[in-house]
Design a protein around this ligand. Structure first.
Ligand code: FES
Length: 148
């Protein structure tokens, strides 16, 4: 390969890699956010579920909430304006961090799966995920961490 071809090939690979990184970052940041801890509650705004398309408001099916004080993130599913589930993303088998794929939570360690309410649907884990009480207060979602 001559020098010009090599530089052109490397340039295209870098441009493609950069574009992919931007796309992946866009996907990951769109549903992951940092919640604030206030007393014993992890707090997020209800507007964090919103996405705008023109004049229409749509809602994300879930968001993943992190905070530096938590050992694992919490996935919050939105079923409707008043119904949510907040699930600890720690596998009940041996404690690996779960990955979220739409309505399904999957463990990368040994393949256990859970549904959006935390119910175990596939082993080797045989217990449901830990879930947290959620309440709505002044357009905020408050996830009680009292027993973490
Ligand atoms: S730690 Fe999750 S399936 Fe084993």
């Amino acid at each position: 390969m001559d020098r010009k071809k090599f530089i052109k090939t490397c340039g295209m690979a870098c441009a493609g890699g950069g574009a992919l990184a931007v796309l992946l970052q866009g996907c990951s940041t769109s549903k992951t956010l940092t919640g604030t801890i206030n007393d014993s509650d992890l707090v997020v705004s209800l507007t964090d579920f919103e996405t705008k398309a023109g004049n229409e408001t749509h809602y994300k099916k879930y968001i993943i909430v992190n905070n530096g004080k938590l050992k694992f993130p919490i996935c919050v599913y939105r079923f409707d304006a008043l119904t949510y589930s907040a699930l600890w993303l720690r596998c009940t088998h041996q404690g690996a961090e779960l990955q979220v794929f739409g309505d399904k939570l999957q463990c990368p360690a040994h393949g256990s799966e859970f549904d959006s309410k935390g119910k175990n649907t596939s082993g080797p884990a045989d217990k449901s995920l830990r879930s947290f009480p959620v309440r709505i207060d002044n357009n905020q979602l408050k996830i009680s961490l009292k027993a973490v």
